[in-house]
Design a binder for this molecule. Structure first.
Ligand SMILES: Cc1cc2nc3c(=O)[nH]c(=O)nc-3n(C[C@H](O)[C@H](O)[C@H](O)COP(=O)(O)O)c2cc1C
Length: 161
């Protein structure tokens, strides 16, 4: 799939098929995701695959759309507040790279911040010096929603002299 098609057709998936997603494929998308821009080459992202016992403790209302794979993406803080913010931004780029790589091969994702509460950080064993960027459900879409309309960027452009 062409990159523009992937960007435009991607949706947040909230209902997944139970079909397994090959681990090799997931690794290939994660490797692709590491090409995300990151200042000072900090490569701040880390990925936790979430097993069934841990997942049950999260008590998410839709169990992340019954995604067959669940993972958390965390971002290591830097030495300063600026680095912490830049690292979180880089890790968000990593997540979207992953989302688009998966989508281009027919697999959807549910990026949820619901799992990022203090209680869930504890369940996911996220160290103090890491941001929890999101919990990602990954799987083949059962339902692909219509696109949610976006405001044209033309309404959000300022031209400076
Ligand atoms: C940082 C982040 C956190 C999100 N957290 C949630 C969430 O907790 N629950 C949820 O239903 N969707 C969550 N989403 C998905 C958005 O709701 C979704 O992207 C938005 O509705 C637009 O839909 P689309 O991705 O299909 O275009 C999150 C997205 C991002 C980027």
């Amino acid at each position: 799939m062409d990159i523009l098609d992937a960007i435009k057709s991607r949706r947040t998936i909230k209902k997944f098929k139970s079909d397994a997603v090959e681990l090799d494929l997931i690794y290939s998308w994660l490797e692709a995701a590491t090409m995300a821009p990151n200042h000072r080459m900090t490569e701040p992202w880390e990925v936790y695959f979430i097993g069934t016992d841990t997942r049950a403790k999260l008590k998410h209302k839709s169990d992340f759309g019954n995604a067959p794979v669940l993972m958390a993406v965390v971002s290591k803080h830097g030495a300063t507040a600026v680095e912490k913010e830049e690292n979180a931004l880089a890790t968000a780029c990593f997540v979207q790279n992953f989302n688009l790589a998966a989508w281009s091969q027919g697999v959807g994702t549910f990026w949820s911040s619901i799992g990022t509460s203090a209680k869930n950080r504890e369940i996911l064993e996220v160290p103090e010096n890491y941001n929890l960027i999101g919990v990602l459900g990954v799987g083949y879409p059962e339902v692909t929603p219509e696109a949610k309309p976006r405001t044209s960027i033309k309404n959000k452009i300022k031209s400076l002299p």
